[in-house]
Design a protein around this ligand. Structure first.
Ligand code: HEM
Length: 381
């Protein structure tokens, strides 16, 4: 206080700094306003529906992905924490709704104060320890001379690293690739299947038609095989329609503009993070007839598919960052769906009626069901 009395300049310093900051912000925002920017925070031009994953993915699909990618199943992975919990935490953090800094970069410090950045660092360290363990435990691959046929993903990467002297793949790179494939490949597949089953239960007439097709083609067989799927046109339409209405990755993967571009009249500045609301596009009434209805018939005899060339329907994204796991995901999900509806009849538990079945999603990088799907499955005889 004494100091303030002796130097009245200090009295002016604080308000002056505040005024300068406000002036700076006002001027930069005005400069941005001269351009025709989209109606959203300047760094995130297209903000879509925000959804978030829940806690209960399908164990069998995860197990399958673990075997394909890592070579074996992992139960307890870090200080007794299960693999499932570890990856669920990661997926939650990848959600868009949590980080203030992502939307307003100049408020990035709030993420430190809120503890978000600390949590991210902790999760990253735990995942790194897990991935180190995967590489350390992996059996030596050079001894095997089976070609690639029986090898899992990690083996193949380790082999490239060992045998290709000029390879740019190092240990960090391998860990990043495994994480990428794993994060992108497990949650998406199980969530998609969960939405499909829910949509079918909600629409008994579609379920009836699907079961007729599958049971006709699978007559006398103990299980449906990949070869049978080719003839199941209605099943494919059901998959497509469910993935249109219940988008697993509603905002795809964020892009960053590498140069200033004009998009539909809007100015997108270089360095801007762009989110594509594929969920909204797939429900746009100007592109789809009665978009809110679950109607697989719309895909029968339709040329629209999910490979990224029909921009009104992008469940697997498009372009260079489009999903590389389409074939794997579709084969797994079609086969799982066909076998499940072949073998079981479904109903809601405890006298619940169809109207009770909540189809709300929650925000995150994948769109998961708000409430877990609980059904009674009776073996079909
Ligand atoms: C039904 C299941 C799946 C759905 C709906 C799905 C959807 C997507 C979508 C929408 C993207 C972003 C594409 C873009 O932004 O253009 C993506 C990326 C990706 N997906 Fe899939 N995916 C599925 C299954 C899989 C599987 C099984 C794998 C691997 C085996 C996989 C691996 C990846 C990878 C590596 C990326 C790129 C991630 C990146 O760019 O960092 N996905 N997927």
């Amino acid at each position: 206080m004494k100091m303030l009395e002796q130097s009245p300049l200090y009295l002016y310093f604080c308000p002056l700094s505040l005024i300068t900051i406000f002036l700076y912000k006002w001027l930069t925002l005005r400069k941005a306003a001269v351009k025709n920017l989209p109606p959203s925070p300047p760094k995130v031009p297209i903000i879509g529906n925000l959804h978030q994953i829940g806690p209960d993915p399908h164990v069998s699909l995860r197990d399958l992905a673990q075997k394909v990618a890592l070579g074996r199943k992992y139960y307890s992975v870090y200080k007794g924490k299960s693999y499932k919990i570890l990856f669920d935490e990661l997926m939650k953090m990848l959600g868009y709704s949590r980080s203030i800094g992502d939307f307003f970069p100049w408020l990035g410090w709030v993420d430190w104060l809120s503890g978000l950045n600390g949590k991210v660092e902790k999760a990253a360290n735990e995942i790194d320890t897990f991935l180190e363990g995967v590489l350390r435990d992996h059996p030596s691959t050079t001894a095997s001379n089976n070609g690639c046929a029986n090898k899992d993903f990690v083996s193949i990467l380790l082999e490239i690293q060992k045998t290709d002297a000029g390879s740019s793949i190092d240990r960090e790179c391998i860990k990043a690739i495994i994480l990428d494939i794993f994060a992108a490949g497990t949650e998406t597949t199980s969530t998609t299947l969960e939405w499909i089953i829910a949509a079918l239960i909600k629409s008994p007439q579609v379920m009836f038609k699907l079961q007729n097709e599958v049971r006709e083609i699978g007559k006398g067989k103990s299980k449906i095989l990949e070869g049978d799927l080719v003839k199941m046109n209605y099943l494919k339409a059901v998959m497509k329609e469910s993935m249109r209405l219940y988008f697993t990755a509603p905002l795809l993967i964020p892009r960053e503009a590498r140069q200033d571009v004009k998009l539909m009249g809007y100015d997108i500045r270089s360095g801007t993070q762009v989110l594509i609301n594929a969920w909204a596009i797939a429900r746009d009434p100007s592109l789809w007839d009665k978009p809110e209805e679950f109607r697989p018939e719309r895909f029968l005899n339709s040329p629209i598919d999910y490979k990224g060339l029909h921009y009104e329907y992008l469940p697997f994204g498009s372009g260079r960052r489009g999903c590389p796991g389409i074939q794997f995901a579709m084969a797994v999900n079609e086969l799982a769906l066909a076998n499940v509806v072949h073998k079981f009849d479904f109903e809601l538990p405890d006298g619940e009626i169809l109207e009770d079945l909540d189809m709300t999603g929650v925000s995150g990088i994948t769109l998961r069901r708000k409430s877990p799907l609980l059904v009674v499955a009776r073996p079909h005889v």
